[in-house]
Design a binder for this molecule. Structure first.
Ligand code: HEM
Length: 146
């Protein structure tokens, strides 16, 4: 992947505003509510039956934080995202059996969380850079499936 200086700057600027404690849980909560069939991967998480149950589920928050930690690592290694995500691609493909289409959906809900937080500073060029970041992340996570 080639990143322009503007794309890297946009990703770094957005990433500084990401709340590593909460934004991952918020995005995962949206994924579970908007695409309820994704709940099947998290049967050990307890009740996910409605918006309040999902928002108040400590396991969703904790797991979202873990996912965001991996994205944070990728955001800090933009030139080596594929290698950075190699082991996670392997575990999601061969141990967790997650349909890789769900990675794309997670990117989509994460963009919505960011847009809600950042308001007007989430400009079209910033969105474009973040969408590209997620495309590269999804590609990296999907790599061990092919
Ligand atoms: C576990 C990252 C998306 C399902 C994990 C872990 C990380 C992670 C760091 C913990 C380490 C491990 O168990 O290997 C990511 C990233 C994603 C992503 C960066 C970016 C899009 C998804 C999606 C699903 C999913 C979309 C399902 C819809 C799971 C499951 C586990 C897991 C079921 C094991 C949970 C447990 O029982 O502890 N993921 N993940 N992941 N992920 Fe993902």
């Amino acid at each position: 992947v080639h990143w322009t200086a503007e794309e890297k700057a946009a990703i770094n600027a957005v990433w500084k505003k990401v709340d590593l404690e909460h934004d991952g849980g918020d995005a995962l909560g949206r994924l579970l509510l908007v695409y309820p069939w994704t709940q099947r991967y998290f049967s050990s998480f307890g009740s996910l039956s409605n918006a309040a149950a999902i928002a108040g589920n400590a396991k969703v928050q904790a797991h979202g934080k873990k996912v965001l930690g991996a994205l944070d690592n990728a955001a800090h290694h933009l030139d080596t995202v594929k290698a950075t995500l190699h082991d996670l691609s392997d575990s999601h493909a061969h141990r967790l059996h997650v349909d890789p289409e769900n990675f794309r959906r997670f990117g989509e809900v994460f963009v919505i969380v960011l847009a809600g937080k950042l308001g007007s500073s989430f400009s079209p060029p910033v969105q474009a850079a973040i969408e590209k970041f997620f495309a590269v992340v999804v590609d990296g996570l999907s790599h061990e499936y092919h």
